[in-house]
Design a protein around this ligand. Structure first.
Ligand code: PA5
Length: 424
């Protein structure tokens, strides 16, 4: 199996009887997702999006990537939240150099970041992808205002038009209006797919294709997830088990989930996951607080808290079975550091022993933990993992009794900020 859930360190915290007892509720949540009968049912387009994604779109974007590579040396991807995190998380997870470097804008309003992006535009030929489902979000709107102006200074007419690609709603929003006014190329984000579930739409597919990601394999990973995680039986569906286990642990006072990985390329996957779980579940005074660590680095900062702090946390490790690079630990004649015990062993083997030791120690310290293991870090597996977490939060949110598909809370700061900015 390409993704495995291991539950060894849940014993004494979660019993198989407790998991089975959730079967009927999970079945109901499953039906609500598949038959669109639950809360937020107008935002369930992601459930069967993998099988509905046309191969023709993949072919079109692959051709677009070839064209852009012919005239650009860098990509600038503008967006925030669901219009940013999945792109960065995928590119960083896959590691290596993308076929064109990607610079991210519109996810903050820091002048230092913007100055760097404007310098890229003046230094090299670029293509800009501006992504906003609503088309009205402050951070990407302001970033696009600045970047569009810099692009207009550098390029004119058709040369400008071929270098700006907009991804937005089919009809609504300021960005759609800009497309109509300026004649920029555009791709549509389906109405029934919310921002944090949109990495498989043109939101993710356009910039990922331009960065040289194998988007066919990425889509195939999602498709495998759609099939594999559609089995309603809790015993056979690791995704539904993950949702059920979270729910049981939460009812026992575990209010924080720490997503932990021994692989630094997972850092932005964790950021994407935090948005998905935080925005989907954190409402009406409810929700499991999603947090993350990258180990073993954070064992030297958060390790004390995890081992010995307030026992209101559980941990989900995200591991990768096969890594690409093989690096053996060298033998040292003097053995001053006493590490000849691992001489000849692969560094990843040592990393995995650190994981086993940590999972065991945290369990003994009162932190129940489970592990998700991917076969390898490629485009197929990240697609599969995204779908696993999307389906997982759909089930988990329904078990918690919230609408996992809205985000009314993110409006509060905007209202206050618009008042300060004098925006009508
Ligand atoms: O999940 C969501 O809907 C939000 O976090 C959005 O992704 C984020 O606010 C960006 O929105 P937009 O794509 O409309 O600019």
């Amino acid at each position: 199996m390409a993704i495995r859930l291991t539950e060894e360190y849940l014993k004494s915290f979660v019993s198989s009887d407790e998991i089975s007892a959730l079967g009927p509720q999970v079945q109901k949540a499953h039906q609500d997702l598949h038959q669109k009968t639950g809360a937020g049912n107008d935002f369930l387009g992601w459930v069967d999006l993998p099988s509905k994604t046309p191969d023709a779109l993949v072919a079109e974007l692959t051709a677009l990537a070839r064209e852009v590579k012919g005239h650009s040396k860098a990509i600038i991807s503008i967006g925030i939240g669901g219009s940013y995190l999945g792109i960065r998380s995928t590119i960083e997870f896959l590691g290596g150099e993308p076929s064109l470097p990607v610079y991210y804008a519109g996810h903050n309003m820091a002048t230092s970041d913007m100055a760097r992006i404007l310098k890229v535009i003046s230094d090299v030929d670029v293509t800009v992808v501006v992504i906003s489902k609503s088309g009205t979000t402050t951070e990407p709107a302001l970033a696009f205002r600045l970047i569009d102006e810099a692009m207009r200074r550098k390029y004119k007419g058709e040369e400008l038009k071929k270098r700006i690609i907009c991804v937005t709603d089919e009809k609504k929003g300021a960005l759609r209006q800009i497309v109509s006014l300026e004649g920029y190329r555009s791709y549509v984000i389906p109405d029934d797919v919310g921002g944090r579930f949109s990495v498989l739409t043109p939101v993710g597919l356009v910039p990922l294709a331009l960065a040289g990601v194998d988007i066919k394999a990425f889509v195939d990973g999602f498709r495998a997830g759609e099939k594999e995680f559609a089995v309603p039986d809790l015993a056979k569906n690791p995704c539904y088990r993950y949702a059920a286990i979270r729910n049981i642990l939460h009812k026992k006072g575990k209010d924080i989930e720490m997503l932990a990985s021994f692989y630094p390329n997972v850092q932005y996957v964790a950021e994407w996951w935090k948005q998905l779980y935080g925005e989907s579940e954190g409402k009406n005074g409810k929700g499991i607080f999603p947090a993350s660590t990258i180990l073993s680095t954070d064992l030297h900062s958060m390790g004390q808290m995890m081992q010995d702090g307030k026992r209101n946390v559980f941990e989900t490790f995200l591991m990768i079975d096969e890594v690409e690079d093989k690096i053996a630990v060298p033998h040292q004649a003097a053995d001053t550091d006493k590490f000849n015990c691992v001489a000849g062993k692969d560094l990843d083997w040592v990393n995995k022993q650190a994981y086993k030791a940590t999972a065991d120690a945290h369990f003994e310290g009162g932190v129940p933990n489970m592990t998700l293991t991917l076969d390898r870090a490629d485009a197929f597996h990240i697609g599969l993992l995204y779908y696993f977490f999307e389906k997982g939060v759909g089930i988990s949110g329904y078990l918690l009794g919230v609408n996992p598909f809205d985000q009314p809370g993110v409006e509060a700061y905007k209202k206050k900020m618009f008042a300060l900015l004098g925006k009508k």
